[in-house]
Every structure is written in C-alpha cells, then in structure tokens.
Ligand binder design. Structure first.
Ligand SMILES: Cc1cc2nc3c(=O)[nH]c(=O)nc-3n(C[C@H](O)[C@H](O)[C@H](O)COP(=O)(O)OP(=O)(O)OC[C@H]3O[C@@H](n4cnc5c(N)ncnc54)[C@H](O)[C@@H]3O)c2cc1C
Length: 425
C-alpha cells in the first residue's frame, strides 16, 4: 500500500472544498486542500450574494465573521424593454430579511481557506490536479504533474467543469443547455456615491435582478452593491445566443448603457471583467452516483447550484454539500454513497435542490425573456402615457387586449405557460 499523505485530499478551495476541509479538520482529520489558483478565489467568479445560514451551520458564529461587503436590505426586480423598464422594489423590515451579504471571492475564499487552515488543514495554492490515482474503482490519491499524493479519501470540489468527477466516470463535462455563461464587471465607486444612488447606509446594500436584457435568450442580469464597487453581470444560455445574434459581452455592454443601469455606474472605474460557467439544470444536474470507494464529489462539481433566474444560490449549497461530504467521511462504515445522501438531506442541500425541481421546464420558456417583458411594458406605456392633445385615459382591459393582439403571444401560449408556472412554481 502507498504511504498516506493525509486522511483526506480535497481538490478546489471554493466554498465546497473549504467548508469540507474546515469541518474535517475540526474533527481531527489530517486534510490537504489543493487549489490551482495562486490564492484561493483568484480563479473564481460569482455574482456576489451569499446567504449566510450555511456558514453558521459550518461553524456557529462564522457568518458574523465573514468578509461582508454589505448586508442586503433592498431587493429589486426590473423588467427591461428597449430603453424602458418596470420595477418592483422591496424594502423588507429587518425581521423579515434573509441573512444575506454581498461578497467578493477575492476576499471570501482566502478567508474561508484561512479558517480551514486555522482548524488544522494544510492549504496548498498554485497546484493544479491533473487526475486521480485509481486502484480498480477505488480512488487512492491524486496526480499533479510529476507528483502523486495519497489519502484515504479524495473529495472533488473542483467546480462546475469538474475534471475529476468526469474522469471518475460519475459525471460528464457540462453539455450545452446544462450550463449558462456568466459575465461580470466590477465598477469602482466611492462608498458615499453608492449609498446615495441606492438610498442605503454604509452597512446596507441592494440586490437588483433584471429580466429582458438578453435579447430574448434565456437569462437575466444582476447588480449587487459592494462597499466601494458594484458587481454587474449577465447570465445567459449560450445555446440561444446565435438566434439572438449577441455575445454575452455585447449583452453586458448594452445593459451597462441602459437608462436604468447607466445612472448607477456613471463616473465609475472599470476594475475587473470576468466570465465563468454556471450550472442551470437544477436537480437534474446532480448525478445518480456521487461517490466511489474513497471518493466524493461536492459543490457545483456535483450539480449543487440553484439558478432560478431571480436568484442564484451556488455558494450556500456548495457550503452545505461540503459539510455533508465531511460528515459522510466521518460516518463511513462501508456505504459511503448512503452516508453522503443522508448527510446531504440532513443539512438541507437536497431539500433546496428538490424544492425547485419543477422550475426547469417553466424557466426554459423563451417567451419569459422577450415576449412577456415586451407585453408588460407595452401595457404600462398605454396606462401611464397621456397623449397630446389630451385624450381620455386608456382603459386597462382594452389596452391589454390591444397590446396582446400586437404581440406574437397567442392564447394557447398563455394557457400552456400558466399551466407550467402553476405546476413548476
Ligand atoms: C456570473 C455568476 C454569478 C453567480 N452569482 C451567484 C450569487 O450571487 N450567489 C451564489 O450563491 N452563487 C452565485 N453563482 C454560483 C457560484 O459562484 C458557484 O455555484 C459556487 O462558487 C460553486 O462553489 P464550488 O466550491 O462548488 O466551486 P468553485 O467556487 O467554482 O470552486 C472550485 C475551485 O476549484 C479549483 N479548481 C478547479 N479545478 C482544479 C484542479 N484541477 N486543481 C486544483 N484546483 C482546481 C478552482 O480554481 C476553484 O477555486 C454565480 C456564478 C456565476 C458564474
């Protein structure tokens, strides 16, 4: 038998890998956490909103220590059409707010990896894992260049495009339709300017999601306030882009010029442009088998990411699945798959993914991203515009009828979409 370098080797120091490392180190296991980036977080992209309950589940009180940019206190959803937009702006009472913060991965990931290190894990950045060391169907370690490291368990937490899960035969590399492309810019602005533009104090922040900014392709836009910057991006289904003749970058540039968004970013300094894949196939993206002897897949590598259009929850479900992987290793008595499934259910990760399992067919309806926003904006224009010379106000029902007639939507579309909405949502 090869000499063991650690009890557990974890590949990928994103939320899933770092959570797994921290939990295992807390229980006295020897852990090596390998990360290809020069520092954890340097290769990662996220919109920027983290629901923090998972951090407290990882270690009580951890959420309060997280490097929060701002606490989300203001929720806004906008429908865009041409230069127009309609908004729903919700300012929740403090007692009704979910605990969520805006974060930068360049500070969140090193902090979380640091917590794992403090608990006793060895964090090794700048190391790319190329493959697994297999003995039959048992995984005994990893290969990185000329080096081999051996451990009782290997956890693949290497993200959406997991080389390790695919090479173990548990998943395939993401196919078109299973993942969306996310592009994001960070725009620097003084703290007081952000406070004024979003009507928040320095501790408070806004989460703003936008529909109708993808030329009709499945997807949407986001804007999150950080302390001294804004994170703005587009997440879009790449298979739909040829039909709408746009690239993600063009869609993002046009979003930044939109009359809704431009006043927010005006005078700002472009600090960063990044792009990354994100899973969008929900529950069906979780493979039927998540383990081999000595091997587990966690986080987005295992399909744990919820992309609902109006919110993306990748980081908190990644944290939960990392905790579950650690629990499964602790409880392994020969049925690693069973222990992992039990732990995933116990920490809530399975429940979160299951709750949205019906959303997929509804969110796939392309009409949601073009025809419906146009119809809604057409009706709003009719209702609010007063013609010159003055006329009687438009009555709402005839206006809805007129806009509906001039849109490509048909009654049967409404019926089928309403049915899909009721069934899915
Ligand atoms: C544009 C965009 C917006 C998003 N917005 C949000 C949001 O607002 N809120 C939210 O919760 N989620 C959001 N997500 C999703 C979220 O970022 C991911 O789901 C989450 O980061 C997954 O965590 P993870 O730990 O599984 O994987 P990752 O965070 O991807 O971490 C994987 C790590 O593994 C490392 N790695 C990969 N391969 C190797 C290798 N061979 N060797 C060594 N290291 C390796 C990587 O460098 C990386 O550090 C967004 C995603 C995108 C793209």
């Amino acid at each position: 038998m090869a000499q063991m370098d650690a009890d557990v080797i974890i590949v990928g120091a994103g939320p899933a890998g770092a959570a797994c490392a921290l939990r295992l180190a807390q229980t006295g296991r020897s852990v090596i956490l390998l990360e290809r980036g020069e520092t954890p977080g340097s290769k990662n992209v996220t919109g920027g909103r983290l629901y923090t309950a998972a951090l407290d589940m990882l270690s009580p009180g951890l959420a309060a220590e997280a490097p929060a940019e701002r606490h989300v206190t203001s929720e806004r959803i906008s429908i865009l059409d041409g230069e127009a937009h309609a908004d729903i702006h919700v300012g929740l009472a403090p007692c009704d707010r979910s605990d969520s913060i805006t974060v930068n991965r360049s500070t969140l990931d090193p902090w979380l990896a640091g917590c794992a290190e403090e608990a006793g894990a060895m964090v090794v950045p700048g190391m790319t894992v190329d493959g697994l060391v297999m003995n039959g169907n048992r995984v005994e370690g990893i290969r990185a260049g000329e080096d081999e490291l051996h451990a009782e368990y290997v956890v693949a937490a290497d993200g959406v495009n997991s080389l390790l899960a695919a090479s173990a035969g548990l998943t395939h590399r993401p196919r078109p339709g299973e993942v969306a492309t996310g592009v994001k810019v960070t725009v620097g602005l003084p703290e007081h300017t952000i406070n004024e533009r979003f009507a928040v104090s320095s501790a408070e922040g806004a989460a703003h999601l936008m529909l109708g900014c993808t030329n009709g392709a499945r997807g949407g836009g986001f804007l999150y306030t950080n302390r001294e910057s804004l994170s703005i991006g587009i997440v879009v289904d790449p298979t739909k882009l040829p039909a709408v003749r746009s690239t993600p970058r063009e869609l993002l540039e046009s979003l930044l010029r939109h009359p809704l968004v431009e006043p927010f970013v005006r005078g700002g300094e472009l600090r960063e442009y990044s792009a990354h894949l994100v899973r969008e196939d929900g529950r069906s993206g979780i493979p039927p088998q998540l383990t081999l002897p000595g091997f587990l897949v966690a986080g987005e590598a295992a399909g744990f990411c919820l992309n609902l259009g109006y919110t993306i929850r990748g980081m908190d479900v990644a944290l939960l699945s990392g905790i579950a992987a650690a629990e499964a290793i602790g409880a392994d008595a020969g049925d690693l798959e069973g222990s992992y499934r039990t732990a995933l259910a116990a920490c809530g990760a399975t429940g979160i993914m299951d709750a949205a399992s019906g959303y997929g067919p509804f969110l796939e309806k392309s009409r949601l991203y073009g025809d419906y926003p146009k119809l809604a904006m057409g009706i709003a224009r009719d209702v609010f515009a007063v013609a010159n010379p003055p006329q009687a106000p438009d009555r709402i029902v005839p206006s809805v009828r007129r806009e509906f007639r001039s849109s490509p939507l048909r009654i049967r579309d409404l019926v089928s979409d309403a049915r899909a909405a009721v069934k899915g949502l």
